[in-house]
Write a protein that binds this ligand. Sequence first.
Ligand SMILES: Nc1ncnc2c1ncn2[C@@H]1O[C@H](COP(=O)(O)OP(=O)(O)OP(=O)(O)O)[C@@H](O)[C@H]1O
Length: 226
Amino acid sequence: MSDLLISAQDLRKQFRSGNEPVTVFDGLSLDLGRGESLALIGRSGSGKSTLLNVLCGLEWPDAGSLRILGESFEAQSRPLGRAETRWGELRRRRVGVVFQEANLMPALSLLDNVRLRSRLASRDEAPCRDWLERLGIGDLADRYPDQVSGGQRQRAALAMVFAMQPDLILADEPTGSLDRRTAEDVAEVLFNLQSRHGCGLILATHDTELADRCDRTLDLGHRQAR
Ligand SMILES: Nc1ncnc2c1ncn2[C@@H]1O[C@H](COP(=O)(O)OP(=O)(O)OP(=O)(O)O)[C@@H](O)[C@H]1O
């Protein structure tokens, strides 16, 4: 089996502004191997979140092809029917997504949110509380999302992704609403998990220290991989 988790070729994504198409990126290709980490950097509006959304099937590219965890998607075949189902299955079991706005279920406690995520991925629920502990919010396990801060919700969202033990983690500003010290602690847990499980990681960030911890960076402002 190939060790490439992601192989994206010539992706183009446009949005419309009035009648005008606005191109966010065009001709974008990237590969990600098992155990590899890639930081998406670039000025605000350069397309980092859009690319993450394309890589998890929440946005559909206007051109190009994408092979992810053995599943192939072509821009021409819009995500109707089977493609939509395949994306849903990938996100449920194999691709852990952490968004800027942590999307927790408001009616569930933080712990139950993590347990639900773990159950949906058919994982053992036993370590769920432990993930909250490791991210420094174990004492908030029984609180509901609207009873904690934005940074605490963000950490709960990371705990959900860790509990599902994905093959690939896509994270949009995973430490964006954390103070420097907490951000470093969370990054430590993230990179430890990534190296221990050998999963792939793509994160979008404005934090140069976080980007420097990744194996590679892709600057969407200037589109240079190094
Ligand atoms: N649904 C949408 N409709 C129209 N334009 C959009 C949409 N989503 C994003 N855009 C535009 O696409 C461009 C890229 O946005 P994106 O959110 O991907 O940037 P970003 O690099 O993640 O920014 P930031 O660092 O501020 O989070 C921006 O110009 C944005 O206004």
